[in-house]
Design a protein around this ligand. Structure first.
Ligand SMILES: [Mg+2]
Length: 279
């Protein structure tokens, strides 16, 4: 049994019930994280080879960190170590494929704080990434609207790349991975500020996964990330668990316990609208 999160932390689904973050200087969208100040990001090999500006954006809670399992106190130190290794592997893989970022709706220091506490071995890897709190940047402009925080954050990331770009004339190859409707909807909105032959691809994770489920999803994504990045068509895909008898439930932590579905693609606009009106 694990320990629960302290009350200072919150997740997107709790956003209406938690204390607001203390006043702070608005976080710049790019290079906004204290970690990103130490960034030694270089042009990823894949992007350099193809001339395509590949940007890979991960959500944090229930996409890399098993936040629901931690909240439910249903994790073990051994599981967290396995997950930490899986997260490190997938981030390194992503970094070789494109510029890799983490965009969270947690508060300004949530990724750092939770990493220190639950994934201490991951700090060095994260120091090489841009980590952005969409909430810290946009909550004051859009109070109580986590969809807008991510939507605006994605738009600014991409608009800035467009302004500062120049190396890449072929547009942006945007890959977004996360469990929440917020990042999927934000990715779709980002299309409006993209240019040229830009393409947006999303992969939706299961919401509120167990640690084993998150492990299985990340292991599956590890196998598929290269294909997802090089896919030329836009699309919204979903990770779907395979059905197992109860005594084989542990297979949910295996890559083969998950498949990536296009047919069961997730209707982000319908769910987003439902959530926004509180239905
Ligand atoms: Mg999430």
């Amino acid at each position: 049994m694990g320990e629960s999160l302290s009350k200072g932390y919150y997740f997107q689904q709790d956003v209406q019930e938690v204390p607001r973050t203390p006043p702070h200087t608005p976080t710049p969208v790019c290079g906004g994280s204290p970690w990103s100040m130490e960034s030694d990001v270089t042009t990823p090999m894949w992007s350099a080879a193809t001339g395509v500006d590949t940007v890979i954006i991960f959500d944090w809670d229930d996409t890399l960190l098993c936040s629901s399992a931690i909240n439910n106190q249903s994790w073990s130190p051994q599981q967290l170590q396995q997950l930490e290794r899986a997260v490190e592997t997938i981030l390194h893989t992503a970094m070789a494929l494109g510029e890799t970022m983490i965009v969270t709706n947690g508060n300004a220091t949530w990724v750092q704080d939770s990493t220190r506490r639950f994934f201490p071995g991951l700090a060095k890897t994260l120091s090489r990434l841009t980590v952005i709190s969409a909430r810290a940047s946009f909550e004051s402009s859009f109070p109580g609207d986590p969809f807008a925080w991510k939507r605006q954050c994605f738009k600014e990331i991409l608009a800035r790349r467009r302004q500062e770009g120049g190396n890449y004339l072929g547009g942006v190859n945007l890959v977004v991975l996360g469990d929440s409707p917020a990042e999927i909807e934000a990715a779709q909105s980002a299309v409006k500020v993209l240019h040229g032959k830009s393409v947006v691809k999303t992969l939706k994770f299961k919401e509120a996964p167990t640690v084993n489920e998150l492990l299985g999803q990340l292991r599956r994504v590890l196998q598929e990330l290269g294909s997802l990045v090089s896919e030329e068509r836009a699309g919204n895909k979903t990770l779907v668990p395979r059905s197992f008898p109860a005594h084989l439930d542990h297979l949910s932590s295996w890559a083969s316990g998950w498949r990536i579905s296009e047919q069961e693609s997730w209707d982000y606009s319908r769910v987003a609208a439902t959530l926004l009106v509180g239905a």
